[in-house]
Design a protein around this ligand. Structure first.
Ligand code: ATP
Ligand code: MG
Length: 571
């Protein structure tokens, strides 16, 4: 990987540490741990999204900065919603996101919570033996009814005082499949009057006769998240278990379970941070899945989705996502981040990485009537002015060129500086042309513009310095690369889709995808699939991965217009 990917490190050095990094630094200072071990524990029930990127950058970042390790663990304790497709996509997306940046801190192998099922079971038996867990026959409804409310204590289960022997026997028979789904649970014996509802004898095991994607039909009882998660962390020797704020109220239970079992010390410590929320975006996996299932988007990696695989397909550099997560930072307060900041960061990174080319998205033909009939010459433009090794590119110029329909208006408003009947404009890196005639089709649409050019107006010519107000892009009609171009916009057109009890699909942007047949600068055919380019004046594009020589395709990663820079106060 290039050195550029190493930059976030130095950026992190200069900044003050966030509260989690401060805590880790203090623990190292106090000699608490030999090695820092973090983990990223996705549930394989959907594709990773930009919110997960924040968690990945935090967990792998902390491991990276402290010569530690970060485990990738599939938190696959729920048999019903999980799928191998997701296990694969999670690995692919994670590897793409951290490649060249944190690969040396990756755990040696992919870990699965389901590999610990037997150990969880044994720990549960230990709790039963210690009189700290019991088998309860209340069904889900009865469980909820006896749980109390935030202001009222719950009531003890009638089965709370079963003997250890009876509990051991029943739990074993639960495992052996003797009881139907929901007939029994294993519950902690803590305190039904606890002000924290999660401490009121929470369920640790449920009966579920369901096939698991890895353990098959070996199990018909499955641990709850609360019971399994702290044990997964403990088994793997995690030092810092970082999760989002909604788990703060579960932390006493996390600690209670480990405190009451014979597990290695020091125990992992759970710390919570605010999840990333983006405006104009939905990030819940349930909602994303429904967009896929209802055919509103092509798939999880449809470039309009907020998933990591969609970002990759759309030409967003991994570095831009990492830099964005770095800028957003880590706090204890939930907030809504402006998607314009993400877009701004993508532009910043692409500005450096993209070659400049011309792309005419909605072509109108221009015939330059005083240009030699079979004439052809090269014009020269910059290759990438933002790169260290700039270089130039050449593009052929001929008598017939295409310009963008947006750059011509028959009856323009005031201050329209592009082409108009009788008006002049500079073709970028080439000549000044003047529109002499608009030729129409029978239906009134424009067939072509007939223009004349100022022969001396090219660079180095006698009238090269002549000023005209507008400069537009173009491509030679004879040489143009015909390509399909997908123009993506935000998937939602309101800042908070689904707010005020609306169905979030009501807020979909009906114009989030437009596909056009474009005329492109011919050398774009040489771009490798996945490579970025800037269509000058229009935005950043990417040579689509599904592109082929017969059917070239490009897609728009992001437009040029930067809503973030505009929002910042002027200096
Ligand atoms: P969902 O509720 O949509 O299913 P989840 O939070 O349950 O999402 P997981 O697969 O369990 O998704 O998440 C894996 C890890 O990523 C967890 O540690 C979780 O806290 C973290 N994470 C998920 N969403 C975000 C987010 N928006 N911002 C930061 N971290 C997140
Ligand atoms: Mg989860």
């Amino acid at each position: 990987m290039s050195n550029a990917t190493d930059k976030p490190d130095s950026a992190a050095d200069e900044k003050s540490l966030d509260f989690i990094r401060e805590m880790v630094a203090a623990d190292i200072e106090a000699g608490k741990h030999e090695k820092i071990v973090t983990r990223f524990p996705p549930e394989p029930n959907g594709y990773l999204h930009i919110g997960h990127a924040k968690s990945i950058c935090l967990n792998f970042g902390i491991a990276r900065e402290n010569n530690g390790v970060c485990n990738l663990r599939m938190d696959d304790t729920n048999p019903v919603k999980e799928d191998v497709e997701y296990v694969q996509s999670i690995q692919d997306d994670l590897n793409w996101l951290i490649d060249g940046w944190a690969d040396h801190v990756k755990s040696p192998e992919l870990l699965f919570a389901s590999d610990y099922f037997e150990r969880f079971y044994n720990y549960a038996v230990d709790l039963i033996k210690a009189g700290k867990a019991f088998v309860c026959d209340l069904n889900a409804e009865e469980f909820m009814a006896t749980r109390g409310t935030p202001t009222e204590a719950g009531t003890n289960s009638p089965h709370r005082d079963r003997s250890v022997e009876e509990n051991l026997d029943l739990f074993k028979r639960m495992r052996e499949g003797e009881f139907p789904d929901g007939a029994k649970t294993l519950r902690a014996k803590i305190d039904m009057a606890s002000p924290n509802i999660h401490m009121r004898d929470p369920a640790f095991y449920r009966i579920r006769h369901a096939h698991h994607h890895r353990t098959g039909d070996d199990w018909c009882i499955y641990p709850t998240y609360d019971f399994a998660h702290c044990l997964e962390d403990s088994i793997e020797g995690i030092t810092h278990s970082l999760c989002t704020l909604e788990f703060e109220v579960h932390r006493p239970l996390y600690d209670w379970i480990l405190d009451n079992l014979d597990v290695p010390r020091p125990q992992p410590r759970q710390t919570e941070f605010a999840r990333l929320n983006l405006n104009y975006t939905v990030m819940s996996k349930r909602k994303l899945l429904s967009l896929v299932e209802d055919g509103i988007v092509d798939d999880w990696n449809d470039p309009r989705m907020p998933t990591i695989s969609a970002c990759r397909r759309r030409g967003v550099p991994a570095e831009a996502l990492r830099r964005f997560c770095d800028i957003v930072g880590v706090t204890k307060f939930n907030s809504l981040t402006d998607v314009a900041l993400l877009e701004h960061t993508i532009r910043e990174v692409l500005n450096k990485e993209s070659v400049r080319r011309f792309g005419v998205l909605r072509p109108i033909k221009v015939v330059i009537t005083n240009y030699p009939k079979n004439g052809e010459e090269d014009c020269e433009g910059p290759n990438n002015p933002a790169a260290e090794d700039q270089g130039t590119r050449t593009m052929p110029f001929t008598r017939e060129v295409y310009i963008d329909a947006e750059d011509f208006m028959e009856e323009p408003p005031p201050k329209y500086f592009r082409l108009r009947p009788g008006g002049e404009v500079r073709l970028k890196y080439a000549y000044i042309i003047k529109c002499e005639e608009v030729v129409k089709n029978d239906d009134g649409s424009i067939a072509e513009l007939r223009c004349t050019y100022d022969e001396g107006s090219k660079r180095g010519g006698p009238t090269a310095d002549r000023k005209v107000k507008g400069t537009i892009h173009w491509v030679s009609a004879k040489h143009a690369l015909d390509a399909t171009v997908h123009l993506y916009e935000r998937l939602f057109n309101v800042p908070e889709p689904g707010a005020d009890d609306r169905d979030f699909v009501e807020d979909l942007n009906p114009n989030s995808l437009e596909t056009v047949q474009a005329k492109l600068e011919p050398s774009l055919a040489d771009l490798k699939p996945g490579d970025p380019c800037q269509f000058e004046r229009l935005g950043y594009f990417c040579h689509a991965r599904e592109s082929s020589p017969d059917n070239p395709a490009f897609l728009r990663t992001i437009t040029m217009k930067d809503a973030w820079t505009r929002k910042k106060p002027k200096k």
